[in-house]
Structure formats: C-alpha cells, structure tokens
Ligand binder design. Structure first.
Ligand code: AMP
Ligand code: MN
Ligand code: MN
Ligand code: MN
Length: 273
C-alpha cells in the first residue's frame, strides 16, 4: 500500500509525524510521503519514525498556488528539504499565511466573533496557522457544530472570514520543487470545482510549466473520478500519484493508505524514487 499525500500537526493534521507514520505502518502502508501545507518541519521526525517502523518515507510538501484567481495545490515529492530555493519560496508563503491569519481574525471580529486570531494561533502552536485551526477554534467556541460547517459559514470563499490571498504561481511552485530535485504533482485535480474547460486550462498550464504528475486517486476516490483523472493523465502525458489527503483519525472515511490499485497503463511517479 502507498500513500503520497498526508498531513501532520506540522500543518493542519491532528497527529504528530511519528503518530501518523505509526498509523500508516499499522494499516500496511509501505511507502508514504508527508506533505504538509507550505512547510517541511515534520519531515525529519516522519523519516526517523518510518525508519523505526521499517517502512519507506519520502520527503514531501503541499504548496499553495494561485492560478487565475483560484487556489490550487501542488505536491512536491522526493524533495531535498535543504534546498535554499525551496526554503525561500516556502518562507514567503509562510509570511503570507501569517498576515492572512491576522486578517481572518480581524474580519471575524467585525462580525462580532472576537479572539479568533489568538485562538487559532494557540491551536497551531509553533506551526503556521491554517484555516483548519480557525475552524477548530470556531467549533470549540460554539460558533459551529463541525469543522465543515465552520468553513461553510465563515471560512470558504465569499464567507465573512475569507481573505483573498495570492500564493505561489504554478511556475514558481514547480520551479522550487525541481530546484529541490523533486517531482511536481497536481493535487486532487477534481476537487477544485472547475468546469471541464477550466480544468483543461489548468492542466495545460501545469504541463507547460514542467509539471510531472497528477493525483488520480485522492482520498476515497470513486471509480468514476479515478477513470476521469486517469483520462486526463493520459491526455496530458503526466505520471500518476495516489494519496489519502489524511488529516485526522476522526474522519473514518479518509484514513491513510490507498487500497484501490492504480490504473495499469499509466506511469506511477513513485517509480522515480
Ligand atoms: P488553508 O491552506 O489555510 O487555506 O487551509 C486549507 C485547508 O482547509 C485544506 O487543506 C483542508 O484541510 C481544509 N478545508 C478546506 N475546505 C474545507 C471544508 N469545506 N471543510 C473542511 N476542511 C476544509
Ligand atoms: Mn489541509
Ligand atoms: Mn490540498
Ligand atoms: Mn492535502
């Protein structure tokens, strides 16, 4: 079993990197990548835990990207976490996150919800603040029953706490990943709510910028989605990747480890590792 898209507490997951790797090992995952949002801090712990558990772990990251006013995610796999270009790029995104988090707090304050920034900041500890931390704080404070509802009411695009943000360009994200000798993977291509035409444009831009692969199985991907994504991978001559996008053991429908075998006619990105 393989899983090349996983989150830890270093970004918006709820497990430490060690706990995450142990869960992966217990579920039979043999090759994993930790891919926290715009940050590499969980990687050394994940690698060491994987060594202890006797499973393989490659260094990963999930980079926030802005393309045509939409947020996309580009996963970097098998990256060198010491590469200065990658580190400088991620430092810029982390600074953007810090400013955005304060602005989310300010906007929620205007709506009468006070203390959100301090609350989310405290939940994130030493790590970058993500919207998931705001969602959790909103739930803890009784402003929403579930994280999903907190997003729907306050944090999704167009909602009171949403702050339009300019992340990396597609080209920058791929440039940083390639500078770090990694493979650039378009994450969960069917989850952006793009029209077919728009998705084709995004894939064209990704391929032209030097993108290497795309996820064809993400989370509990159904057969139709896998077939659709595989069709795009063939058409754009991209390798394929698979990952659960696991964040939290509380979501039983989305646990680490992909059991569906990937389509056979496509080249798996993990053959490069
Ligand atoms: P950020 O990168 O800080 O904008 O946070 C994005 C993260 O929020 C995603 O990676 C998801 O983990 C989470 N997220 C986004 N939309 C939702 C939603 N509707 N419900 C629950 N979690 C979400
Ligand atoms: Mn996330
Ligand atoms: Mn993502
Ligand atoms: Mn993710």
């Amino acid at each position: 079993m393989i899983d090349l898209h996983l989150h830890s507490r270093a970004s918006d997951g709820s497990l430490t990197p060690s706990e995450l790797v142990q869960l992966c090992a217990a579920r039979g995952v043999q090759l994993l990548a930790l891919t926290d949002h715009d940050c590499l801090t969980g990687l050394p712990e994940a690698r060491s835990a994987a060594h202890t558990a006797g499973i393989r772990c490659v260094n990963g990251v999930e980079i926030s990207v802005t393309w045509e006013n939409k947020t996309l995610h580009v996963v970097g796999l098998n990256i060198n976490p010491q590469n200065p270009e990658l580190l400088a790029g991620l430092a810029r995104l982390q600074a953007t996150r810090a400013v955005r988090a304060q602005e989310i707090g300010r906007r929620l304050g205007v709506r009468g919800i006070h203390g959100a920034y301090a609350g989310a900041r405290a939940l994130a500890g030493n790590n970058n603040v993500t919207r998931t931390h705001f969602a959790q704080w909103l739930c803890d404070q009784g402003h929403a029953a579930t994280s999903q509802k907190a997003f729907q009411r306050f944090l999704d695009r167009g909602k009171p706490g949403y702050v339009p943000t300019i992340w990396a360009s597609i080209k920058e994200s791929i440039g940083w990943i390639h500078a770090a000798c990694g493979k650039a993977v378009l994450a969960h291509p069917l989850r952006y709510r793009l029209t077919r035409a728009k998705l084709m444009q995004a894939l064209t831009a990704f391929k032209q910028a030097g993108g290497d692969a795309m996820e064809v199985i993400c989370g509990h991907g159904n057969r139709d989605d896998i077939a659709t994504a595989s069709h795009y991978a063939t058409r754009f001559e991209l390798m394929i990747s698979v990952g659960s996008d696991f964040h939290n053991p509380a979501s039983p429908w989305n646990q680490p480890g992909i059991e569906t075998p990937p389509p056979e006619n496509l080249r798996p990105v993990w053959e490069c590792f």
